[in-house]
Design a protein around this ligand. Sequence first.
Ligand code: HEM
Length: 407
Amino acid sequence: MSDQETLPLGVKLTALDEAFRRNPYPILERLRQQDPTLNDTELVRRVFTRHDDVKAILRDKELLSDPRSAAEGSFTREYLGANLGPDEEPSMLLMDEPGHRRLRSLVSKPFTPGAVEKWRPRTRDVVQRVLDAISTDEFDLIADFAGPIPTIVIAEMLGIDASLHADFKRWSDLMVQVGFNPFPTDEQTEAADTAREQLHACFEDQIRFRSQNLGDDLLSDMLRAEEEGETLTHQEIVSQCDLLLVAGNVTTTDLIGNGVLALIQHPEQMAKLRADPGLIENAVEEMLRFDSPVTNSGRIAHDDTELAGCPVHKGESLSVSLASANRDPDVYPEPNRFDIEREDTHHQAFGGGRHLCLGAHLARLEAQEAILGLLQRYPVLRLSERGYTHHAIPSFRGMSECWVTTR
Ligand code: HEM
């Protein structure tokens, strides 16, 4: 553990810090080299940065996720558990077995690759509609393009009235600002609480309506879902809708935004993709590796044990840096090179093991359709003078605005 004093800790390892937000990769490289199992005494968590350690921890079946199993004062208990009311169950992301398996199996069918593929034509339509609404040569790639697409797609999947799509986007943006943020301001917390109440009230209305009018949508599927004779309670349905919306929106917007930015900054890669759109699948995997929209995930130690050669204590918060794992030179030669034809595009961007992202196929499909649609619509696409800004949401990496010109 050489040189630990000089390594950044706490907030300096989150998007709230300007240097980390602008470019986390040199900092993560230092951690990987100097202390790959860093004891973050400020946020009270252990931070793992090497690819193989991150991969093994994500897949370790003994480790836990429910913040209520985390030690008092630890990162997971203080920050992730803090949003839970006393009688509230966490969403499946923060649940352990057997509850996690039950919920996941009840909602997973519409997210299999085959089921998601059926959404491709509708996603393509959504992309065209969003592009049709852009009427100027210069526009904000995030607000005008990458932002609306995932909300519209998930709201349509859930069977939610189109008139509510803009509210959905606003509510989920406000909630995500505090969801994984160790230091939300009072204002952010208040706004997120109000947004959550409004969103839940809206879900309750939609559930009541759908119970009497079952259709071909995800909400109806959840209402119908039966697995081993069990059904989902309305509260569970609300909590899953909430997760789908919050987990699926900012992340997919960030993937589209980060991916297009990488193409703009590597014009030879953009030209390659324009010349051969068949490269899109591999290109999106490389975008997920190169600039991962979710930078961190986590687990909780189930017992006193050793992980990655490091002793950990029962209840300790284990933070895994997906962003760092995906740039580990032991696994990816020249990890900082963006190359849409790379063969080693496997990555940890969707986590792994039991909690592997449920929406991975949907996110991939949306990004593929969005990016191809954008390139086909605009033969020229460059950054405009107004430039871009990264957002300050811990555990996520993406932009709050990115101005482009098509001239
Ligand atoms: C590029 C977009 C996305 C990224 C990078 C992403 C990333 C992740 C990550 C890292 C996890 C935690 C995995 C772990 O700890 O092992 C996760 C979980 C999850 N994601 Fe995503 N996600 C994306 C899009 C979506 C979408 C579109 C949806 C749904 C509509 C979704 C739904 C979920 C759910 C339900 C979980 C919890 C799964 C569980 O605990 O079993 N995600 N995602």
